[in-house]
Structure formats: C-alpha cells, structure tokens
Design a protein around this ligand. Structure first.
Ligand SMILES: O=C(O)CCC(=O)C(=O)O
Length: 278
C-alpha cells in the first residue's frame, strides 16, 4: 500500500457520505495525472454534443471512458477510491458507467436527479450505486459545478413526509461543489444533484465513474463495448469491475462456468462447442 493510500481516512469519508451525502477527495489526481487525462481526452472532444436535454445539447460526453487509455484504467481502480467503495458496496462491485462530461459555455442546468433511480425500489433505502465526479477543470458556481442537495440521500420518495416536492424549494437547497482541478467527490446514487449551468466563456471538463452492487444491472454494457483482447490486458481488479467476476455463488456465470474463462484466447462458447453436428 502506498503512503497516500495508507494515510487516507476511510472512516471520515464514509461518515461524510453517510451524514451529508457526499465526500471530497482533494488530491484525487496529481498534476501529472491531470495532464495525462487532458492529453488522452483531447482526441475524443470537439466532435459531438448530447442528443437530449439531460445529456446536454451543449455538453460533450465520452462514454466507456475506462477503456480509452491507461490513465482511465488506473483512475477507475484508484486505491483510495476502492478502499472507500469496499466499505459501502458488496465485494466484487461493478463499474456501471464511465464517461467524460464537458459542459460548454451556454449550457443550461440539468434537471435535478439521482444516479441510481434506474433501480426502482422504494426510498429511503441504501444506495445501490455510488458516483465519483472528478474535476479536470476547477469547478466554480459560474462554470457548471455539480450542484447537490446535501442530506437528500436520506429522503423518501416523492410525496413522502419531509421531502420538498416544490421545484423552487429544492433549487434553493442546491449547493455547488466548487473544487479545484484534480479533486473529486463521491456520493451515493440516492443523492439529488445536477450538472450546473455554464455561464462562462470556457468549457468545464470532468469525468465520472459510477459503481454499483455486484448483483445490479450496469448502465453501460461493457461486455459488448470493450473488446475481449483489451479486457485480457487489464488488471484483475479492473476486469472484476467490468463484470468478469461472479457475485457468489454463481451470478454472472457463463454457461455454468466462471466468466473469466471466457477471456481465454482459446475459449469457445459451450453453445458452439457442444452444438450437435447437422
Ligand atoms: O456533470 C455534472 O456535474 C453532473 C452530471 C450528472 O449528474 C449526470 O449527467 O448524471
């Protein structure tokens, strides 16, 4: 374990997430890592915009980011992050989404939402996913810093006692997370938040990795998006994050076998190997 990970106060970060709904890792990326992120992202940006108001008509999103360069592979399994998530998710938790988000000048604020609303289970409930948002550019209130409603991770469903349902009331509770470039924050998928409006002349670049329970369906289907040759070259932890592991005793199996077997270059799917001859 490196010194940075050894001195990371996991308890304090878990407590912050539990109590106010988010925690900040100030030195998530070193200046060198930040430069590598910028370099790796450069070729993917300036080509397209979101297709709807949620993705953002003036926002660029680069999906499947964890497979787009070694720096993103490393950041998806950053040791302090893994230590933190190990405390709040079950073993063999999964990467559910991985994307860069570049909010351009003139973008409006997103709708207020949670990241694990896909899992239609009554609230209040434990989070089924956790979100990390890392600032590549410093986040300011003016350039579209993520805005969160502290404490909202504990709220019930719409209409439940104690939960404001009036939009203006909720908007008044939004807190912009102004963090320096290189910092990141982590929050449960039950926390209400939104990407802010960018009222500056410069884009606001960030990326997000989201992680979910090992028994939950992932937002991105990484089995289909990342070629097996590429997965084979990844670290064991990242392969596990991408789903090449099981949730015991056999969720995630491949025709009765461990999914890692499917990465063997000689693997022939049993439904092909065992197909009766015509
Ligand atoms: O970019 C941000 O600050 C937040 C984006 C977000 O919450 C989302 O796209 O789900």
């Amino acid at each position: 374990m490196d010194a940075q990970t050894a001195s990371f106060d996991v308890d304090a970060h878990v407590a912050q997430m539990r109590d106010r709904g988010y925690t900040i890792i100030e030195d998530f990326m070193s200046p060198a890592t930040l430069a590598a992120v910028r370099g790796a992202l450069a070729s993917y940006l300036r080509s397209h915009h979101g297709r709807n108001d949620f993705e953002g008509f003036k926002t660029e999103r680069v999906y499947t980011l964890a497979a787009r360069g070694k720096v993103f592979e490393d950041l998806a399994e950053e040791p302090r992050l893994m230590a933190l998530l190990d405390r709040v998710l079950q073993p063999n938790f999964l990467l559910t989404a991985s994307q860069a988000i570049n909010i351009e000048p003139g973008e409006t604020a997103q709708s207020i939402h949670t990241d694990d609303s896909f899992y239609r289970q009554p609230r209040p409930r434990p989070a089924i996913s956790y979100t990390v948002i890392a600032a590549v550019d410093a986040f300011t209130q003016a350039n579209g810093a993520t805005e969160v409603i502290p404490g909202s991770h504990l709220w019930g469903d719409h209409g439940a006692p104690g939960r404001p349902n009036d939009l203006a009331e909720m908007e008044a509770m939004l807190t912009p997370l102004e963090i320096p470039a290189g910092a990141a924050f982590v929050f449960p998928g039950t926390l209400l938040h939104r990407g802010g409006a960018n009222r500056t002349e410069e884009p606001r670049l960030a990326f997000t990795n989201q992680y979910c329970e090992p028994w939950a369906r992932t937002q991105e289907n990484f089995y289909l998006s990342i070629p097996k040759d590429q997965v084979r070259a990844m670290s064991p932890r990242l392969r596990s994050l991408l789903g090449y592991e099981i949730w015991p005793s056999f969720m995630g199996m491949v025709t009765g076998s461990h999914p890692a077997k499917a990465l063997d270059p000689d693997f022939v799917p049993p439904i092909v190997a065992q197909r009766p001859a015509d």
